[in-house]
Structures are given as C-alpha cells and as structure tokens.
Design a protein around this ligand. Structure first.
Ligand SMILES: Cc1cc2nc3c(=O)[nH]c(=O)nc-3n(C[C@H](O)[C@H](O)[C@H](O)COP(=O)(O)OP(=O)(O)OC[C@H]3O[C@@H](n4cnc5c(N)ncnc54)[C@H](O)[C@@H]3O)c2cc1C
Ligand code: SF4
Length: 442
C-alpha cells in the first residue's frame, strides 16, 4: 500500500543503520579509556562498552548495557540532542566525524524491541507498594527500576496512551509512536501495572493514593500551553495539540496555507516543520526576542531554516485578525531589547507606532507549557513554580518524590534528564523502603 501524504511527511528522519553500516561505524570507535562521550551523557551510558558489543555481534548485550543506564534508551537514541551531549564530546569530532552514537544506540535497542526480547526480569517481591503519577519517561523509568528491585508499582496516567510527550509531543520525524509504546510495554512486562485514564485530582483521590502505597513518585510533567492574553487568541491553534494530531490522527489535521507559529523553542520549530511538511506554502515563526535568546537547540534552528521556515525576530503578536470568523492575519508590533528580566534574558519592549500585519490563515501557539498545577493542589513547596525536591528527589511531603519536567527549575527540559531523575529517584525510594523492612539496599 502506498504511504499517505502525512505518513510520508513525518516518516522517521534517519533510516535505521544496516548491519554493515553499524559494524563499520562500531569499528571506528577508539574505545577511549576515559570515554568523554559517557561523561557527557546525563544517564552515563557506558558508550564504548555498548559499541564494542555491537562490533562483536552481541546485540542483546549491547542493548542491556544501554538499558541498564537508561530504560528509555530507544527514545533517547532518537530524541537526544546528541550534538550537544555524547557526539559533541566524542574525541573523533575534532578532526573526523564523531561516532554516530545515537544511531548505534537505536540499532541495538531496536534489535530487542523488534524481537520482543525481555532484557530484564522483575526482582524478588519485597511486599512494598509504590504509586507513580504520570507515565512519561520519568514515571516509566522510575516504575521500571523499582520493579527490577522487586517493588510492586502502579502507574496512574491521565491520558489514554502511556509515555507522555514521547508518545504525544515529540514529532514523528524524530520518534514514531510505536517506539514510545514499545518502551511502555517493556515496563509493563516487568510487572508494573499502568492504569490509564486515571488523573490525580479528577478521578483519582490523593488520600487513596497515599494511604495505599508506601511511597509516591510524581512525574506529571508540565501543563497546557499558557495564554497570551490577546484578542482573537481563541482562534489560535494549540501547538501541542497540533503535534499530537500529526502523530495520532494525521488525516484530521487541518493545516493552513500561510501559517504563523508563535514562539521560538523546540515546540515552535516542530509545529512549523509539521506545517511545512503537510503542505503549507509559507511558514513563519515569530519571536519577541532575537535568535540569541531562542531556546530551540542550534541544530533544530538550522534544520528549520533548511526546511524553508522563515523567522521574524523582535516581533510580538498583539491580535489575531478575523474576517467572517476566518483568520486572515496576525497583527504584531516590533520590539527592542531592554534590561535583563527575571529569566536573566534581555526584556523585550515594544517600539512605539511599529504595528504591522502578517497575512496568514492559521496561527499556532507554541510558547512553552504552564508550571505543574499539582504542586499547589497538594500543598508542595515549589521553586519558581516547579516542585521543589531535595538531593534524593523527595518533595516537602515525606515519602513523596518527584522528577522530570515538573521539577526542572533550572536547565532545559529533556527526555534524558527526565530518565535520569526517574532512575535516581527509584534508587532513593528503594533505600527508604529497604530501611523499613531491614533489607540490604543492594
Ligand atoms: C513539542 C516537544 C518536543 C520535544 N522534543 C524533545 C526532543 O527532541 N528531545 C528531548 O530530549 N526532549 C524533547 N522534549 C522534552 C521532553 O519531551 C520532556 O522533557 C520529557 O517528556 C519529560 O518527561 P516527563 O516524564 O517529566 O513528562 P511528560 O513526558 O510530560 O509526562 C508526564 C505524564 O504525566 C501525565 N500526567 C500529568 N498530570 C497527571 C495527573 N494529574 N494524573 C495522572 N497523570 C498525569 C501526563 O499525561 C504525561 O503522560 C520535547 C517537548 C515538547 C513539548
Ligand atoms: S569518545 Fe568517541 S571514540 Fe571515544 S569511546 Fe566515545 S564514541 Fe568511541
């Protein structure tokens, strides 16, 4: 059967490596003793070790090395900003081409997922119960690690499908839905119960969760796209919903002919890429600061420019213009940068009498996500609106831990950081639980 236009548009950006390509690439690795690539990986995957195993044809062993450090290794192989992390640190990058660590990691993890091989087994039961709220990368990692240690874990997830933004938010060019769901299945097969369509604060009561578990891990990510507070905003398309539709219901996705995307983070670039690939003639990203302050990764910015996406910096939208209920333009004003604001970046200020209109028939809002509402609901201490945790990932409520985007008060949110939080929080929860039953922690 011919692929549809939308399937073609968002097919995974890179094809899988062939066996021959993987072997040749693995043999290029110098297996450095101090492995700067491993040090640059937030989950500290033993990269030379997993590459060596590929070189010797031990693909199961290679996948085990990856997944021991990072249970979401198949997602991270695709979505990690490797240019900034492992590949950016590879010693071969200085004079040659760095090793394609991400693609080799994908090669090894795909090997086990495509064959349905279970790499780990659940640990002997400890009798302890843990609740995880949110089945994104942080929650699934924490749940999987705790199951490996023998604890009984239930994950409560408000959406229909597990794996958070890996399933719903990361553009199909980088990660197909099937990869995200395969990781959730692997965690389920470790004995973790994943209860979907269960939302803490709606159809799941906090008292019930706390009273029936020995510890709780909150991994709820962030909230909806915030409001801009401008006239006509109700006619803007929600950026996260746009990406979600492109992955899960592409035939129903409505894409304009001339699309303006508001924002300049990775979400904005992803929305603009979708618009372009789904046939928009002109796609423009508007951002109120300059390219220096953009939060999108530099390689994503370069990619967007190659896709033919235009950028208008120092531009602030002030009104969505409508005619007969249809979007016909976005009124904007020019900005100039002033003194630094609370974020430390220069504050944009409007230039007097500078209003102008960008003609368009669709405006997509991709200006980040709201802080986790759950913090206030549970009365947790916060830091800049994020849930505050100590060095053991414990919140201000004893026995209640948190990790992932919902605690990321500093640094940029990424899947690999969420995975590392989930793993370290699992080890901290395990130490607490074994103390209670007088078991040795290892
Ligand atoms: C558009 C977009 C593109 C991105 N691209 C990349 C990328 O290329 N590379 C990268 O490394 N990172 C990327 N990120 C960031 C990355 O996706 C996140 O950092 C990562 O998913 C965080 O994981 P998490 O588990 O903390 O949160 P999430 O993935 O957000 O998962 C949280 C889960 O909790 C659930 N939940 C929320 N509230 C409740 C509740 N009350 N009860 C029950 N369940 C609840 C949610 O439904 C969700 O499933 C991107 C993010 C976005 C938005
Ligand atoms: S730095 Fe590069 S060459 Fe050295 S071990 Fe890592 S991937 Fe191999």
């Amino acid at each position: 059967m011919q692929p549809t236009r939308s399937e073609e548009a968002l097919r995974e950006q890179y094809p899988p490596l062939t066996d021959h390509e993987a072997l040749v690439e693995a043999h290029r690795c110098l297996y450095c003793y101090d492995a700067p690539c491993t040090q640059a990986c937030p989950t500290h995957i033993d990269i030379p070790k997993f590459i060596k195993k590929i070189a010797t044809g031990n693909l199961l062993g290679s996948a085990r090395t990856i997944l021991e450090a990072n249970l979401m290794g198949a997602t991270c192989a695709r979505v990690c900003p490797v240019e900034e992390l492992c590949e950016g640190a590879c010693v071969l990058g200085a004079e040659h081409r760095p090793i394609m660590i991400g693609r080799l990691q994908r090669y090894a993890t795909d090997y086990v997922y495509e064959r349905g091989i279970d790499v780990f087994k659940p640990g002997p039961p400890t009798g302890k119960r843990v609740a995880v709220i949110g089945a994104g990368p942080a929650g699934l990692t924490c749940a999987g690690e705790l199951a490996k240690l023998g604890h009984r874990v239930t994950v409560y997830e408000k959406r229909e499908l597990p794996n958070g933004l890996s399933t719903y938010g990361i553009i199909g060019l980088r990660e197909p839905v099937e990869v995200a769901l395969a990781e959730a299945e692997m965690v389920r097969r470790l004995g973790v119960e994943i209860k979907t369509q269960m939302e803490l604060g709606r159809n799941l009561a906090w008292d019930e969760v706390r009273n029936s578990h020995d510890a709780v891990f909150l991994a709820v990510g962030l909230g909806a796209v915030p409001k801009l507070g401008i006239p006509g905003e109700e006619r803007m398309v929600d950026g996260l919903g746009y990406i979600e539709a492109s992955k899960l219901n592409p035939r129903a996705l409505q894409v304009g002919r001339e699309v303006v995307v508001v924002g300049a983070g990775n979400t904005a670039i992803d929305c603009a890429t979708i618009a372009k690939r789904f046939g928009a003639e002109r796609v423009t990203i508007v951002y109120r600061r300059t390219e220096r302050e953009m939060t999108a990764y530099p390689h994503e910015y370069e990619f967007a420019k190659k896709e033919g996406i235009e950028f208008r910096f120092l531009t602030q939208p002030v009104e969505v213009l409508l005619e007969a209920e249809r979007v016909v333009g976005l009124r904007c004003v020019r900005m100039q940068l002033g003194a630094p604001d609370a974020s430390g970046r220069p504050a944009p200020e409007p230039v007097a009498d500078s209003a102008f209109v960008i003609p368009c028939d669709q405006v997509v809002k991709a200006i980040g996500q709201e802080k986790p509402a759950i913090a206030q609901m549970l009365g947790l201490a916060t830091e800049g609106g994020f849930i505050k945790v100590n060095q053991d990932y414990e919140t201000s409520l004893p026995g209640v831990y948190a990790g992932g985007d919902c605690i990321r008060a500093r640094g940029s949110a990424s899947t690999v950081m969420a995975v590392q939080d989930g793993k370290l929080a699992a080890f901290a929860i395990h130490r607490r639980l074994v103390q209670q039953i007088g078991m040795a922690a290892d």
